[in-house]
Design a protein. Sequence first.
Length: 367
Amino acid sequence: MRALTCCLLALLAGCAASRPAPRPSEESPAAPARALRSSALSERGQAAWLAHVAESTQPGHQSACEARRYAPASEPRGVVVMFHGFTGCPDQYDGLGPALAAQGYEALAPLLPGHGLLQPTSPPGTKLVDDATRLPGRDDWTRYQEFAAKWADFLAEARGTRAVVGMSLGGTVASLAVGARPEAIDRALIVVPFFSLSNDFVKVLLGVAAGVDALLKANPIDPVEGNWGPECEDDRRDGRGGYCSFRVTHVAAVQLSGMEAQRGLRAARSLPQLQLVVVDHDPAVDSALAVDLLREVAPRSRSGRSGVCTYAASVPHSFVSPKDKPHLDKPWLDAFTAATTGFLAGGAPFAEGACPGNPAPPAKAGR
């Protein structure tokens, strides 16, 4: 079991522009509260963004978890809101964000509710080394839903192309935004979403024999602590933001949010263009369920060009992030980034089947 646990954690930890280069983020902790330069957001959206940045930079927050705005040098062609993963931070988009800005898009990476706090001086538990107490739990999981709806409202008021991107839990939140205001979003890139956790994730990481079903009702396992293992701490020493530990109740909130995201997509009558990206045999999420859901709702896409592609099982769950496992060679990243900008900018869907930059299968040994 110990070998299986180490293997699972290793897989999970992985969590032609002619335009001028993007400016650095304008919203540093020292920036005054003012209107943004060259923003496609409405005045209300700009005020909300500046307030969110101020909240994410309050004392007690990790500097790597500051909400990020990647701004183009000229008038934006539109707005892309990018949601990070469970226990992660906006720095997971330090690769994709600048690429979108270079293509003329205003790319925003907010900090999800309860994320990004500094480690306490006195560890609160045996495995819980982070101050994860503000993460949404079973009783208040709707904070993720409310957060998604808020940003969907601001997108509805924005100029130009309006899009959402989400990885892991962020994929769930992006889907919740689509379900809340499908008419307000033109395109949505949903990457390895937590529509449902895999039973392997629950059983191996949390030691809950009952699997996903145990997360759907309150029970004594809620306070049980889990963590991502020593590789997560290695990544943090290399500069990655986020948490390395959490409780079962926080995972239950992810599962409940995923179930609501499924319901919202099924209920929407007119959907934006959707692009789903999954990893084959992803140890964290139920990829087959996500693919089936996309196939079910794709006919209701306004563009009629929604699709799905799959990365090989050798690609880690958090493959979008340059900060997760920074020393890992990631040959797929450039191809994925190029395909993403093409999809968000012009609606060019990914090719069906293998995703862009998918690693080639290992050569078979000769006889």
